[in-house]
Design a protein around this ligand. Structure first.
Ligand code: ARG
Length: 465
């Protein structure tokens, strides 16, 4: 009898007449990146062993031995003492080999009714599920930090932009709440994807199922899966759940990137709307005066890498025939990097949100340039009976007059304003102020400070729930 794992270590050596070259071994191995699935691999194996024993496929003694061996392996990994061998290709074979060293035949029986194909699919689903839960915690922290910032600046006015040109006055609190909404949808998307992640592949074995009398529902229950995968070929071969989560992460990073772009712009001395705490910035090795917003810039840059992973994973899947192909081993690094990038980014952003100092005077000065209340003047005329298109034209003429006079609409004397429409009265100045403008947008979703406060209360209730 040859040892299950030969001297060279391959679990299938009995079938082969020559070993693979060192280069091929390195090329095909995944242990150096999939070892981070170790704890999920052990969790899955224990659930499988528990089921095998409950079904009488292995003995109670075997189960006890497997549990004892796995406890030791866990401890060795945690202590950094586990010896990972390239010869053993991947996390699964490394752990199985060590188990067999520790507990003998019981270790060799663990793989009954199972394949690495359904094993790895299970590990990844456990990993992705945990990752989603981590991201949801971080998203909550970021949203609540942004809500706090919004509350401090529910009344702070800045220009809102379209086409990067001053459009209408808004409140900074309202602007922050826009991101709170985006990150809220990101959380919803992940939560929705979680339902599809949370299905058990084990039992699919290599691709066709197994001849042993397994109890898949029991394993699903043990591992906290909501259901089993209903087709064995699909269970071992598709990675759509991972792609879906990477897509949700890409949208999340797209939001982070847009926010980063604004922070960078606002922090530019040319704009000067905000400052970001020093601990998120770096200086220049040559220009002593510099304070650069490195964290938002890097977040904007790292967004590209997550988008790249999404494209990579989609491309990885698109040409694969059913069922499992080794191509799928390439799912891990992009997935791990996506999750790591998102979690680090969210953690830093939640902290950075507390380190943003707002400069209301600069925001106000900017809002006073660019005729931000022109729409308010048009609305005023409409309320006095002028059709909107005529009002639009009258105000456009007033803006041109301001342009040549080099002043703001609110600075034109009443008799000048009345040249554009005799409907204009003394009460127009209340409408032309920034405060009047934002306060007037007083409906759900509007920028009025009391609407911002109401929105904050709604989000807080949601975050507490
Ligand atoms: N390391 C492999 C992976 O990540 C595990 C599954 C290997 N299965 C196989 N039939 N070679 O996909």
């Amino acid at each position: 009898m040859t040892d299950q794992f030969s001297k060279k270590g391959e679990a299938w050596s009995a079938r082969f007449s020559e070993p693979v070259s060192d280069l091929v071994k390195r090329y095909t191995a995944s242990v150096f990146f999939d070892k981070r699935l170790a704890m999920f691999d052990i969790q899955g194996s224990l659930a499988h062993a528990d089921m095998l024993a409950a079904q009488g496929i292995i003995s109670a003694q075997d189960l006890a031995d497997i549990e004892r061996g796995m406890a030791q392996i866990r401890a060795e990994i945690e202590a950094g003492q586990f010896e990972w061998l390239l010869d053993l290709e991947d996390v699964h074979l490394n752990i199985e080999k060590r188990l067999t060293e520790l507990v003998g035949d019981a270790g060799k029986r663990l793989h009954t009714g199972r394949s690495r194909n359904d094993q790895v699919a299970t590990d990844i689903r456990l990993y992705v599920r945990a990752a989603i839960d981590d991201i949801l915690v971080q998203l909550k922290a970021l949203r609540s930090a942004l809500v706090d910032l919004a509350e401090r600046h529910a009344d702070t006015i800045l220009p809102g932009f379209t086409h990067l040109q001053v459009a209408q006055p808004i409140t900074f609190g309202h602007h922050m709440l826009a991101y709170v909404e985006m990150f809220g949808r990101d959380a919803e998307r992940l939560l929705d994807a979680r339902r599809r992640v949370n299905r058990l592949p084990l039992g699919a074995a290599a691709l066709a199922g197994t001849t042993f009398p397994i109890d898949r529902e029991r394993v699903a229950r043990t591992l906290g899966f909501e259901d089993v995968c209903h087709n064995s070929l699909d269970a071992v071969s598709d990675r759509d759940f991972a792609i879906e989560v990477t897509a949700a992460c890409s949208l999340l990073m797209m939001h982070v990137s847009r926010m980063s772009e604004e922070l960078i712009l606002w922090m530019s001395p040319r704009v000067g709307f905000i400052d970001i705490a020093d601990r998120f910035c770096t200086g220049s090795s040559i220009m002593p005066q510099k304070k650069n917003p490195d964290v938002p810039e890097l977040a904007r840059g790292k967004t590209g890498r997550v988008f790249g992973h999404l494209t990579g994973l989609l491309t990885l899947m698109k040409g694969q025939p059913l069922a499992y192909n080794k191509d799928n081993q390439e799912d891990k690094e992009p997935l791990f990097d996506t999750i790591d990038t998102v979690i680090d980014t969210l953690r830093i952003f939640a902290d950075m949100a507390t380190g943003i100092s707002v400069k209301p005077a600069a925001m106000r000065a900017a809002a006073l340039q660019g005729y931000a209340t022109a729409t308010d003047l048009a609305d005023y005329l409409v309320k006095k009976g002028l059709p909107f298109r005529d009002a639009h034209e009258a105000v456009a003429r007033a803006v041109r007059a301001c342009d040549s006079a080099g002043c703001d609409l609110a600075e034109l004397p009443l008799e000048r304003l009345r040249e554009f429409s005799d409907l204009i009265g003394e009460d127009v100045y209340a409408v032309l102020t920034l405060e009047g403008s934002v306060a007037a947008r007083d409906h759900v979703g509007g920028t009025a400070p009391n609407q911002v406060r109401a929105a904050i209360a709604r989000v807080r209730a949601q975050l507490a729930g």
